[in-house]
Write a protein that binds this ligand. Structure first.
Ligand code: PMP
Length: 420
């Protein structure tokens, strides 16, 4: 049966804000990257293999058996009180002294991002963010028609002088900057961490320019030396909204995250949560709460860290061994990602189909910017594949890069299946 070309009958009906809603390059990649013969260094899925599934299933069953009429019922938009207390204990590891009343449970920190943007950004408002930045955050900013201004990072994270210059420029242009969106620890996608010495300076700059800081910190407890950095929120509680998540330290599919907000903001956040989804799933909140109460969750995070450290080591040594001269990359001390810069003349987005042909996938750099930078960059995730798959993936990627740099070389060796 022939298929008629797709025309969207609703085209004239969409709200103006939907113009900024486009599928991320990463989503478009998922279908190909999940083919078993492709080594995917593209996605950022946590590796959950170390979770105690038997214990968790017994606990979930017990919660429903003993407390099912609460677990399967609506909860408050604010979140379960016990879990909010436990979250304060989690955040204490990063020097945050918080009151449980100031924590609002969300459906993953992605929802926290959406709600905070909804509360603060009118169309045309500026959000300053690191360049590159997390794709999901860029999606939220686009959905509320905020304009992103990127500020460069170096190996110590966001550069304070660059932030100051961007804010000065915005003032001169008469633009209103509402938020600094920052991922201080083990950045997605850049893999770098904001130096402790820079933290107070960045907060001071934001105060001077009257800009609220949104600190997105899903990876903070995944530092490979076991050390946690002081959260920005711990240094300036009144001007930082902190986003937390159990996705990387426990189970992403439960979709349990939180926002720690200054008290005045918290009231509005609860109202926004209510209108968006009434409440975060009660059962999932209870599962997380029971897990924190009964399990050695810090020991579990230690296991995750070990697992990711082994994969990080495999990736860094493979990059060193295989990538052609002229490539550079960041060296993460935690988290999931390495950010690679390739030599001039290579466009990572254009190269991607050839890489997939060669059975390796990555996330091309341009998806992490709103200003179309990033054509010479790519994000490689080491979180999910086994170390030997990571090594093989990097080897395939290196062969594709060699061909891009010297098109006279034959491609067959990588793409035709002759490689082991
Ligand atoms: N922020 C960052 C920096 C992320 O990398 C992610 C997930 N990849 C999120 C937020 C969203 O996480 P979740 O909604 O699962 O808590």
């Amino acid at each position: 049966m022939s298929r008629r070309p797709f025309t969207d009958l609703h085209q004239d009906r969409y709200a103006v804000r939907t113009a900024g809603m486009t599928a991320s390059e990463i989503r478009a990649l998922f279908a190909v990257a999940s083919r078993p013969e492709v080594v995917s260094l593209a996605g950022g899925m946590p590796n959950l293999a170390a979770l105690p599934l038997k214990t968790l299933s017994a606990q979930a069953a017990q919660i429903i058996a003993e407390d099912g009429l609460t677990a399967l019922q609506y909860a408050s938009a604010h979140g379960l009180p016990l879990l909010r207390e436990q979250i304060c204990e989690v955040m204490a590891l990063e020097d945050i002294a918080a009151h449980p009343d100031d924590v609002v449970l969300t459906v993953g920190s992605q929802m926290g991002l959406d709600l905070v943007t909804r509360l603060f950004c009118d169309p045309g408002d500026v959000v300053v963010a690191e360049g590159p930045s997390y794709v999901g955050a860029l999606g939220s900013f686009a959905a509320y028609q905020a304009q992103v201004v990127h500020v460069a990072m170096d190996e110590h994270g966001l550069v304070p002088e660059g932030l100051r210059a961007a804010l000065r420029q915005a003032v001169n242009d008469g633009r209103r900057v509402k938020l600094l969106y920052t991922i201080p620890n083990f950045h997605n996608p850049a893999g770098v961490t904001l130096a402790v010495e820079r933290r107070a300076e960045i907060l001071e700059i934001c105060r001077t320019y009257d800009v609220l800081v949104v600190e997105d910190n899903p990876y903070g407890l995944l530092g490979f030396d076991g050390r946690a950095y002081p959260a920005l929120r711990s240094l300036d509680p009144d001007n930082v909204v902190y986003l937390g998540s159990f996705s990387k330290t426990f189970a992403s599919g439960l979709r349990v995250g939180w926002v720690l907000a200054p008290r005045a903001v918290r009231e509005k956040l609860v109202l926004a949560m209510e209108s968006a989804t009434l409440c975060a799933p009660t059962l999932n909140q209870m599962i997380v709460s029971r897990y924190l109460a009964t399990h050695d969750w810090q020991g579990q995070i230690e296991m995750f860290r070990e697992n990711y450290r082994e994969r990080r080591d495999a990736m860094l040594s493979a990059l060193e061994r295989y990538l052609p001269p002229g490539c550079t990359w960041t060296k993460p001390d935690g988290g999931f990602y390495v950010w690679v810069t390739v030599p001039r003349g290579v466009d990572t987005k254009a190269m991607l189909p050839r890489a997939v042909d060669a059975r390796v996938a990555y996330a091309s750099g341009s998806g992490f910017f709103t200003d179309k930078s990033g054509s010479r960059q790519m994000r490689l995730s080491y979180c999910y594949p086994a170390p030997e798959r990571i090594r093989e993936g990097v080897r395939r990627l290196a062969a594709v890069l060699e061909c891009e740099l010297d098109p006279a070389r034959s491609f067959g060796g990588v793409g035709s299946g002759r490689t082991p």
